[in-house]
Every structure is written in C-alpha cells, then in structure tokens.
Design a protein around this ligand. Structure first.
Ligand code: CTP
Ligand code: MG
Ligand code: K
Length: 186
C-alpha cells in the first residue's frame, strides 16, 4: 500500500529491522537482570538515583545481546533484503554498540526521571516508557554515525518507528508479564 508514493510495508520492514538492536536489549535485561544495582543503592533528595530495576547484569547483558544481534543481522542483511524485496541496512561497527547502549541509557534516563517525580520502581510513565530507548538510541547513532543515521532513518522510516514502537513495546511487555518474566504488564 502506497502513501504519498511510499510503500508502507517496505517502510515498516526497514523500520523494525533498523531498530531491532535497540528493541532487544530491554527484553534481554528483563530476563538477565538482578544483582547489584547501578546506583549502588545511593539516593538523591531521599529517593534512589535509579532504583533496583537498573542493574549492571541486566545492562551489560542487554548491550551485549544487542551488539551480537546487529552483527548477526549484518551477516544476513543481503538474504533478508532478497526475501523482503527491500534494501535493508547494515550496521556499522560503532552503531552495533551505539544502538543497544543508547537504548539502555534511555531506559536508565527514564528511571532517573521517574525517581525525581516520585514514581517508585515499576511505576508506569506513559509515553516515556515507550519511547525513552528510541530517543537515546537514535541520539547516540546520530552523534557516532550521522551519515548512516540520516540515510537509514528517513522521514517515513522515523515516522513509522515513532508510531509502531509503542505498540511493539506494549505487546512484548504484556507477553513478558504473562510469561511471569516481568512484574508489570508495561
Ligand atoms: N533490568 C535490569 N537492568 C536494566 C533494565 C532492566 O536489570 N538496565 C531488569 C530489572 O530486573 C527490572 C526489569 O528488567 O526490574 C524490568 O525493567 P524496567 O521495567 O525497565 O524496570 P522497572 O523494574 O520497572 O524499574 P523502573 O521503575 O526504574 O523503570
Ligand atoms: Mg517497568
Ligand atoms: K522502563
């Protein structure tokens, strides 16, 4: 289906492909998380800096998984491009790290904001929860690989990312909740 001369299915495939190394880290952190919190239990104005939900183990596992995924996707981008009849991007080495690291930093930034606004661990922060990792992932790739970011995230792709990510996020978190992996369905 074409909208303004753009095939929306092609755009969707490119958007999900390009964002996958930023989507997966949060889910891996949920499975791998636990152990020492990044803030070491420290507080600021009586509230935790980040809280027990942001751990070293979850963060390192998330970034590692996202990086390995991007490497694996590079190995199969030509095949996948053939299968979907659309040109899917490779991830430059710096982007292989910047995407998952940005995603984890965005999630951490959201926790920082939650603690500053009286939201306890696990509290929902609608809007922020669904897009924090997208904003930071794209900010980090923009800084480390500006040309690649501009070429990959064209206006149609970026629009689809912003619209589709909240739905994907809500669906995966609901699934993780039903599987008993997550404490809250958001
Ligand atoms: N997790 C982790 N390290 C991270 C992110 C997540 O260990 N950097 C794990 C934690 O076990 C966390 C779970 O994944 O409880 C769910 O992640 P998230 O919903 O982001 O954390 P919350 O527990 O809801 O905490 P917050 O309110 O700070 O978002
Ligand atoms: Mg949560
Ligand atoms: K979160």
């Amino acid at each position: 289906m074409d909208i303004l001369g753009v095939d929306i299915f092609d755009v969707l495939i490119v958007a999900v492909w390009a964002m996958l190394p930023a989507y997966v880290p949060n889910n891996v952190a949920v499975i791998a998380g636990g152990g020492a919190p990044i803030d070491g239990g420290r507080t600021w104005n009586g509230e935790r800096i980040l809280g027990d939900g942001k751990t070293w183990r979850g963060t390192i596992a998330g970034v590692t998984a996202g990086t390995l995924l991007a490497a694996g996707m590079n190995a199969m981008s030509a095949t996948a491009s053939d299968v979907f009849s659309v040109s899917l991007p490779d991830f430059p080495a710096i982007v292989m790290v910047a995407m998952p690291l940005g995603a984890m930093l965005g999630d951490m930034g959201a926790s920082f904001l939650k603690r500053r606004t009286g939201r306890r661990r696990g509290a929902a922060f609608p809007g922020v929860d669904q897009l924090d990792f997208v904003v930071m992932a794209l900010l980090l790739t923009s800084i480390t690989a500006p040309k690649w970011t501009l070429e990959t995230f064209t206006l149609p792709v970026l629009t689809v990312v912003v619209v589709v990510t909240p739905f994907l996020h809500l669906t995966t978190n609901m699934l993780a909740y039903m599987l008993g992996l997550k404490n809250e369905p958001w």
